[in-house]
Write a protein that binds this ligand. Sequence first.
Ligand code: 13P
Length: 395
Amino acid sequence: MACASFAKLNAASSQWIGQQSFTQRTGSSSSTRFATRRVSVPIRAGAYTEELVKTAKTIASPGRGILAIDESNATCGKRLASIGLDNTETNRQAYRQLLLTTPGLGDYISGAILFEETLYQSTTDGKKFVDCLREEKIVPGIKVDKGLVPLPGSNNESWCQGLDGLASRSTEYYKQGARFAKWRTVVSIPCGPSALAVKEAAWGLARYAAISQDNGLVPIVEPEILLDGDHPIERTLEVAEKVWSEVFFYLAENNVVLEGILLKPSMVTPGAEHKEKASPETIAKYTLTMLKRRVPPAVPGIMFLSGGQSEVEATLNLNAMNQAPNPWHVSFSYARALQNTVLKTWQGRPENTEAAQKSLLVRAKANSLAQLGKYSAEGESEEAKKGMFVRGYTY
Ligand code: 13P
């Protein structure tokens, strides 16, 4: 197996091995004689390589996907405000406890992305959230970027901070039980995107990915191409192809092991303000075309973000992408498209907790079926069909 051979090469050190020589036999004019020739294959082997490959495969396992609940305190505050709750640590903990202690969640969810506060929190009974996850065989993950700030010299675009001190933070997150990481940067189509913004996004993601792998965390690589704009789907395809080609260029330059990463792309859709909506079949066709052109099959999993689509839309689109076998596991890593109905059901009332957990299971199961290409939207609630797009949304 690839992971075993990576690890055997240099299990104890974290270094670039590069240009390993292999002997390959090639045919000659005589069927009984072989010439030997040296073929160089660059291999990066680090202390964690075998584990990274295993973690990525576990997260990308059939019928499962990621629950993203890594909202910063400010963004979590917006979620809580939508049901009339104050943005206090107690309320954030109560909400995260509801989500992370849902019985049976692990049947559909393989990983949960947490915000730093949640990684170190426990239930009101004193059980660590990471232990609640492990019991359900859900891998704990951590958002490691420090958010977006304006990018000087660009067309009102932004760049993502967080590389300073990332190695030492990642070491601590690993000790606390995290096994994968997330870094979200954005690309805006109406703002250009400028060559500078795309290059900065791709380089930042690649540096983060290399640092995460060096510290035992599988990096989720997420250049979110925002839904904002009135452009047609063809324009999104063009931009997505450009962005992902740069991302893979810099991932290679940073010697990132592709078998130990996961991607979190936006689906290729028309801009949210485009005059026509696209069907799930069209979105699946454009998205898979883009991915097949840009993503090597060495990458184990594609875990989509929902980006402001309604819960049902996000599930239908995922289902359409899984109607035929793909070179990678094609699944979900939704925040809004898994949490919307849960919040509306909960309303911050303890007596609604069980019903809210059931509604999380409904969404998780629907997306699990979509991962297997077996979902039908029959019986879905009106609430789940409501779009959540917000112009200029900040996460
Ligand atoms: P949404 O599914 O709400 O777009 O979340 C994206 C994200 O990056 C959460 O981790």
